[in-house]
Design a protein. Structure first.
Length: 271
């Protein structure tokens, strides 16, 4: 890590990139020297948007390993769970989808329909309880996801979902540390992410970012496991109060480009 990288510089880089109301966690992982964790307002009460799909997926994987459900188990897609997505969902009412198929779509394509089906399977209370057992004290699954207004009819909703940047960073770190049920499957799914218009844009050739995004007309987020081509592994989570747009996605890329040299010497330096 560059010696000048500290919380003050992290805030400066976020401000220069115009990341509005940024909530950021940057944490080094095993093998990175010296170890460190920096944050900027990590518990900010920003709606998590699709970042809530991370703890839902972890809950699904936990139930697989516990024998409660099986990955190959099928569940019918109900019309009540249909909503819009950034990309058209392959799921239609009446289709009997495998649970692992639904979880994969939820993480790699951020499919809202798959998410809503899985919320029914797992249960909001059970998913929230599991999250708390993993140390995610600020996380709660309270309602289904909607891809547009009006919101999906959800009689069991109990408020807004919660999953602050601090919790997202802890969950991602536990995937790398192999202390979260289904860590290998979860990491593979994050590595297959199809939406790569935010932090990924600021990486150098050879860098890898296994991540999840979240977007609404109020917020824009990105967070994942960063492996640098020159060595070094980090968890980086960035939440913002920016409406989702291509212009705002570009701000994430700018932030990553200015942060990247402070993590390790640039790979082009041959160091």
């Amino acid at each position: 890590m560059h010696l000048t990288l500290n919380a003050e510089l992290l805030a400066t880089l976020a401000a220069e990139a115009r990341l509005t109301s940024a909530s950021i966690v940057l944490r080094s992982l095993a093998g990175t020297t010296p170890p460190f964790e920096l944050s900027l307002d990590p518990a900010a009460a920003l709606t998590p948007a699709s970042m809530i799909k991370l703890p839902i997926a972890a809950a699904v994987a936990s139930l697989w390993l516990g024998g409660v459900n099986r990955p190959e188990e099928r569940v019918a897609v109900r019309d009540a769970n249909m909503t819009l997505n950034d990309a058209p969902s392959p799921l239609v009412p009446g289709y009997a989808a495998r649970l692992d198929e639904l979880a994969w779509l939820m993480l790699t394509r951020s499919d809202n329909v798959a998410t809503n089906v899985l919320i029914d399977v797992v249960g909001r209370g059970r998913a929230t309880t599991l999250a708390r057992e993993w140390g995610l004290g600020g996380t709660a699954i309270r309602r289904k996801l909607s891809g547009s207004l009006p919101l999906i009819a959800d009689p069991e909703a109990t408020g807004r979902n919660a999953h602050p940047a601090a919790d997202a960073a802890l969950l991602l770190a536990r995937i790398v540390e192999e202390t979260l049920p289904g860590y290998a499957w979860l990491r593979d799914a994050l590595a297959a992410q199809e939406w790569n218009t935010k932090l990924t844009r600021g990486l150098e050739p050879g860098d890898r970012f296994a991540h999840k995004t979240g977007d609404t007309d109020e917020v824009s987020h990105d967070g994942g496991i960063l492996e640098l081509t020159g060595g070094g592994r980090y968890v980086l989570v960035v939440y913002t109060a920016l409406p989702s747009s291509p212009e705002h996605d570009a701000r994430f890329g700018r932030f990553m480009r200015t942060l990247r040299p402070h993590l390790l010497p640039r790979s082009t330096n041959g160091v």
